[in-house]
Design a protein around this ligand. Structure first.
Ligand SMILES: [Zn+2]
Ligand SMILES: [Zn+2]
Length: 220
């Protein structure tokens, strides 16, 4: 029995170090490795590894990411699927709930063109301008176009953005969530509150109703 356990453990240790290596490649593949025939990458990534913070999207556990990268002319086409479970907050009742998340993506990476040569011709200001990414003209604007520099792709910012884009604008725990009472904040999914009994009015109306209720109760 003991022998089996230690064998399992060594296998597990080997497995984890292996997946760590894959993980690094998954998020920062070498551009030289991406051929016209394409390469496939897959792995499980946490929200943290995807660069997601609490305000972006929360994940239950890890998301399974499978990507195909292909060199096309001077660009790199990335297609793939992301699957996992997102933790969303219902816009009506403010409760957190788990929601299956699955989406495909198709983006293009282009090498970022250094524009310092052109800017250098203008007086003085080149230092400030070269530090910021080149301004994309209106007609070139494409949500699925990303840029790379150096000899590795950095996929995490793109994956983060795709996860955010795939998130619903108004998440609902159930399609007909009743939400919270605007007056007392009671979760109406758990049953009606007393506010329906109270006529619309100021706090004195509420007090009067309470008084009447107490008087009625006293009479019984
Ligand atoms: Zn809800
Ligand atoms: Zn209420």
């Amino acid at each position: 029995m003991t022998g089996e356990c230690s064998a399992d453990r060594s296998m597990w240790e080997r497995g984890s170090s292996l997946s760590l290596g894959i993980m690094t490649d998954l998020l920062t593949p070498k551009i030289a490795d991406i051929t016209a025939a394409g390469v496939s990458l897959s792995g499980d990534l946490t929200a943290e590894e995807l660069g997601l913070d609490d305000t972006d999207a929360a994940l239950r556990g890890t998301a399974a990411v499978g990507l195909d990268l292909r060199a096309v002319d001077r660009t790199i086409c990335v297609t793939g699927v992301v699957e996992g479970t997102a933790i969303r907050q219902c816009v009506r009742c403010l409760k957190d709930f788990d929601e299956p998340m699955a989406f495909s993506l198709c983006v293009v990476y282009e090498r970022e063109v250094k524009s310092t040569g052109l800017i250098g011709k203008r007086d003085g200001a080149q230092k400030k301008i070269s530090a910021t990414p080149p301004v994309v003209e209106e007609e070139e604007q494409n949500d699925d176009l990303y840029y790379f520099t150096g000899d590795h792709l950095d996929l995490a910012p793109m994956l983060r953005e795709q996860v955010i884009l795939a998130s619903p604008m108004h998440p609902l725990c159930v399609p007909d969530c009743l939400g919270l009472c605007a007056r007392c904040g009671h979760d109406l999914n758990e049953g009606p509150c007393r506010c329906g009994d109270v006529p619309v009015g100021g706090p004195f109306d509420v007090l009067r109703t309470m008084k009447e209720k107490l008087r009625d109760a006293g009479r019984r």
